[in-house]
Design a protein around this ligand. Structure first.
Ligand code: TMP
Length: 212
């Protein structure tokens, strides 16, 4: 009917430190929504498949060196190059589960000492998430989980700084989930929050832009 044609999908973002369980939880959410019959896509940033994404990937693998502000802007550009696709997906009724977004962009760069307002500026005008699920974990515990993979930011002292930066960005769209709980418990909490958000968007909640 005409009402369902107009209803949009929800923009759901998962955030947290490296090894907090975001990626597993994102795919679990994706599968369960799909199982319920929703139209849903699973995205992640950085999207390493684009030209910009390949530059980011080689930086993260320590194969290239880049100035801190340069890599910051590349991460942001990587979101901008997906923005129109993101908007058309959402407007056509598809919910997006997105593993990392602008909050990672700001938290990781600010943890290097860059000014937070400078870091936020290029994100302005990207779509604002309807829900940010922050998987909260102690940096020490994350570090113990199967070890880091050896990418550039996977170091305990740095992750501690990132976690402080993240928590300064909390706003009304954030839900903080204790990611030290068993995976199934985390999944249940996330699912309930996501279903609520999807419902609100179907009922006509407008899309908005960063930063509120
Ligand atoms: P990934 O492990 O989720 O693929 O993310 C790669 C790393 O990039 C991770 O350490 C977080 C970092 N990152 C940023 O520094 N800025 C960003 O905008 C994003 C999306 C990720």
């Amino acid at each position: 009917d005409s009402k369902s044609k107009e209803s949009r999908g929800a923009l759901i973002v998962l955030e947290g430190l490296d090894r907090c369980g975001k990626t597993s939880q994102s795919s679990r959410l994706f599968s369960s929504l799909e199982g319920f019959g929703y139209s849903v896509d699973l995205w992640r940033f950085p999207d390493r498949n684009t030209g910009v994404g390949q530059m980011i990937s080689s930086y993260l693998l320590n194969q290239t060196q880049l100035d801190d502000r340069t890599i910051h802007l590349l991460f942001s550009a990587n979101r901008w190059e997906k923005r129109s696709m993101m908007e058309s997906k959402l407007r056509s009724g598809t919910t997006l589960i997105v593993d990392r977004y602008s909050y990672s962009g700001v938290a990781f760069s600010a943890a290097k000492g860059l000014d937070i307002e400078w870091c936020k500026a290029p994100e302005k005008g990207l779509l604002a998430p309807d829900l940010v699920l922050y998987l909260d974990i102690q940096p020490e515990e994350a570090a113990e989980r199967g070890g880091y993979g050896g990418e550039r930011y996977e170091q305990l002292e740095f992750q501690k700084k990132v976690s402080q930066q993240y928590l300064m960005m909390r706003d009304h769209s954030w839900k903080i989930i204790d990611a030290s709980l068993p995976m199934e418990d985390v999944e249940k909490q996330l699912s309930a929050l996501v279903l609520d958000s999807v419902d609100l968007c179907r009922k006509g909640k407008p899309l908005s832009q960063l930063w509120p």
